[in-house]
Design a protein around this ligand. Structure first.
Ligand SMILES: [Zn+2]
Length: 489
């Protein structure tokens, strides 16, 4: 039986953070979508005149603007929440409902973007994936698509959903797909995530699936020496193992920050999935987080900096669980219990399968480096490199040379400690998340300032903050690549 959380004194603080995170997500998705449509508008105007695309973009933009106005009208209420002023129960429920409604509209609109001409991903995407996977990376296509496909399904899954096409055609289509790239996989990225490196851990997870499938790892774990039977019930086990395997791969190459985009997406859902269908394709998100945290512990990576978000996610999950009626909760428990038992008992096997891939592991040192880099982001500087020796250490070594009889070359040796080492993509993305988690609230506060405007919001201010963060991270990824090229000569 799943434990239902007791009301605790710190629940008010968690509830405030939960609503703040949803608000941050609502505003972020909204302004990013406005940017995507703005870019598309230019593209259409410049190249596709008379194509009819403008007829699709303008109504979408109108709806988005309407949602921005809705948030603006509630600026006074939102501003009170951000400032930690107590809202009465009615106000609180109304506000959470408004934010959820905005998220629902924005996410639904995002699904409609598949109607538009495709954009290409940023070149830095490939730099991050190559850096994460090193020798295991094989050139793989990334296409822009809707959010549901990029977070929930892979192109292969989408094909499988085309039930009418039959097994023979399905095999043929999959074969065609494999012909696209050497790795035989196509990674999907949501339109809104195009310029947002903080969302890219999703691609590391997807590439984990590609590695798994190329070698049949999850299948082998479930079937052992037995011949695989694609119509058997064990196929569900293969799906569950493959999700946890891909989660571990992302956690191994990117550390705890790899989980944040998934958790934020889960938090934007209005309720927990109720049907059987969901459980068949994915283990419950809360179980996945528990297993990933266990895996990070196994890698000796502390998660302290991210425990706050994990706690808000768990609080949000517990709230949604309470919202189910008892029969639904019971049914959910019955569906999920065997998955939990099965995956927990296979934790060590899945972990060792991921460990044996030979991927460089994110370690405690990367986390420490990321904390240093975050300080630079706070100063609005790119974070492409790190210096390991502190100023005072270099100074004291130089001082020790004064009056000593050491050779002059020794001075140059000490001065070489000023050399900077290029940051890894995992350090850059982790620093980016640390910075975002520490700064989003302040920027929301500026956007919803009741004092200057109780009935409107400056969402473009929040958009500028996101765009600047994107720019700093994209530049950092690019500069680190240049730095490595120079060092390697
Ligand atoms: Zn997956």
């Amino acid at each position: 039986m799943t434990a239902i959380p007791e009301p605790r004194p710190d629940n008010n603080a968690l509830e405030r953070l939960r609503v703040l995170i949803s608000l941050g997500e609502a505003v972020e998705k909204l302004v990013r979508l406005q940017q995507v449509l703005g870019r598309q508008r230019l593209f259409v105007d410049a190249r596709e005149q008379g194509s009819g695309y403008a007829g699709v973009i303008d109504p979408l933009l109108l709806v988005l603007n309407g949602q921005a106005e809705t948030l603006g009208r509630n600026s006074a209420r939102i501003s009170s929440l951000i400032r930690g002023e107590a809202l009465d129960e009615e106000q609180r429920i109304a506000l959470a409902g408004i934010i959820q409604a905005v998220i629902n509209v924005v996410l639904t609109l995002h699904e409609l973007l598949v109607l538009l001409p495709r954009e290409a991903p940023e070149p830095q995407v490939f730099r991050v994936l190559r850096d994460c996977f090193k020798g295991e990376w094989q050139s793989t296509s990334v296409i822009m698509t809707n959010a549901l496909s990029s977070y929930e399904y892979r192109i292969e899954d989408v094909l499988e959903k085309l039930e009418d096409i039959g097994q023979h055609e399905l095999t043929r289509y999959k074969g065609l797909l494999k012909g696209f790239t050497r790795a035989g996989s196509v990674l999907a990225q949501a339109f809104v995530d195009r310029s947002n490196p903080l969302a890219w851990p999703v691609l590391a997870h997807e590439y984990g699936h590609a590695l798994d499938e190329a070698r049949g790892i999850s299948r082998q774990l479930v079937y052992g020496s037995e011949a695989a039977d694609r119509s058997s019930n064990k196929e569900f086990l293969v799906k569950w193992v493959s999700e946890v395997f891909a989660d571990f791969v992302a956690a191994r190459v990117l550390g705890p920050a790899s989980q944040i985009p998934f958790l934020l997406l889960e938090m934007t859902r209005p309720s927990l999935p109720r049907g059987l269908e969901e459980v068949r394709s994915h283990p419950p998100a809360s179980l996945r987080l528990t297993l990933v945290r266990e895996y990070l512990k196994h890698l000796d990576v502390a998660t302290d900096e991210f425990d706050g978000v994990f706690a808000v996610y768990e609080f949000d999950y517990a709230r949604k669980l309470v919202a189910l009626d008892s029969a639904e909760r019971e049914a959910k428990d019955q569906r999920e219990e065997p998955i939990g038992t099965f995956l927990r008992s296979n934790f060590a096997t899945i972990a060792s399968a991921v460990d044996s891939l030979g991927l460089r592991s994110f370690g405690q040192q990367q986390l420490e480096n990321a904390k240093e880099l975050e300080k630079k982001l706070q100063l609005d500087l790119p974070i492409s490199s790190l210096r390991y020796t502190k100023d005072d250490q270099i100074l004291s070594e130089l001082n020790s040379l004064i009056g000593s009889k050491s050779a002059p070359e020794r001075v140059y040796e000490v001065l070489s400690n000023f050399n900077e080492t290029p940051a890894t993509s995992s350090e850059i993305l982790t620093a980016g998340w640390l910075y975002k988690l520490a700064s989003y609230e302040e920027h929301l506060k500026e956007s919803f300032s009741a004092a200057t405007s109780p009935t409107s919001a400056s969402l473009s201010g929040y958009g500028d903050y996101l765009a600047r963060t994107d720019e700093l991270l994209l530049r950092s990824i690019e500069l680190a690549a240049v730095h490595i090229a120079i060092v390697q000569g």
